[in-house]
Write a protein that binds this ligand. Sequence first.
Ligand code: FAD
Ligand code: SF4
Ligand code: SF4
Length: 394
Amino acid sequence: MVGISLFGSKPSFKKGDMVYAWTTNAGLAEKAECGGAVTGLLKFALEQKMVDAVLAVKKGQDIYDAVPFLITDPAKMSEAAGSLHCGTLLLSKLVKKYLDGAKNKKIGISVKGCDVMGLYEIAKRNEINLNNVLMIGVNCGGSVSPNIARVMIREKYGVDPDVVHKEEIDKGQFIIEYKDGHKGISMDELEEQGYGRRSNCRRCKYKIPRAADLACGNWGVIGDKAGKATFVEVCSEKGAELLAKAVASGAIATQAPDPKGIEIRGKTENAMFKLGDKWRKKDFTSLGKNLWETIQKETSRCIKCYSCIENCPVCFTAAEALTKDSLMVKAGDVPPGQMFHLRRFAHISDSCVNCGQCEELCPMDIPMALFSHAVRVEGDAAFAPKLGPSAYKN
Ligand code: FAD
Ligand code: SF4
Ligand code: SF4
């Protein structure tokens, strides 16, 4: 059933329910992307001590600088409201690296699909305790690399990127707001010309993060609530409990979604799957018939900085092994021998989540994510029927 069930005066929700939701806090509502349900729910969880801290994202120097933000004081939650589409960072590994894998603290976290998949992959390796993690998912059509965004705004929009104070992606357009006005260009047009979303995001098919506790977005909010409410899908009992308590306390208000809105959301998700398939075909075909030859050519400029290993949510154990002399990799060789890369591919090939961190952060612009993603997708096609169910499907 879709919507809220009311038993007595207590709101109750269950997995699969969908609602339009919004914060009742005027300050949060003003800063939020849509209805502010994400920030309102995380603030409520912190106030009620359902979590000890919240890990979210906030604006750093400017709109191209999305930084992770750990919040323990609910009064600071509003700093994290709003979406940063040039925020290409991945939060999952930070939970392991700096928050002790949530082993001793309860962490609330706002997560895109790749953050969710990263958390699950790290948890499979016993480095994160998911029981202590409350995931508020945000739907994700894709993010734009900050460097590309700056070039794109200068060259395609004819605007100085430093005067842009807000960006948004709406109805297939990348829209900027700046001192003298606003301008939108269709994402399809931008991407055909090499701008737009990161290449891994174009191939991504995990748009509504249903492996989180709640999946929140703007798709499907129509009518007088458009832009003023967040579309929330309940994905777990934990998510249902949080939403019910927040509604009961008055922190969050809800109404049943417009059935037409639900239909539109479903159609949009399907259109994004098709677009993802189109980009997969295009990108994977571009690799040519001999993938290993292409990898060898591209990685010949590797400076062995370890960034692709350090930032990969799947590849942390190998990092230690790869820094030492081993039977396969000799320490100190730059560029490293091909076994350096081959070993990494072997290590991650069945679990790459296509988060794009390796490629985004490679100082030599080596398309590592494309290689890993192509290998994983091919592996899935060959072996997936024999694998058990996955927490997420991407
Ligand atoms: P708010 O209360 O404003 O909270 C937003 C939350 O998102 C905050 O916790 C903030 O810390 C976090 N956040 C901001 N930027 C990032 C980032 N780069 N990475 C991780 N977390 C971040 N919704 C759709 O329905 N369709 C889409 O195609 C779509 N694409 C998106 C693409 C990106 C890159 C992002 C970040 C969000 C996207 N969303 C999309 C979600 C949408 O923009 C809103 O976040 C969502 O509707 C919740 O609205 P809200 O007002 O409740 O959020
Ligand atoms: Fe969003 Fe997918 Fe790109 Fe992650 S990989 S930022 S979930 S489109
Ligand atoms: Fe080599 Fe790039 Fe990886 Fe650095 S990030 S080790 S340069 S492939």
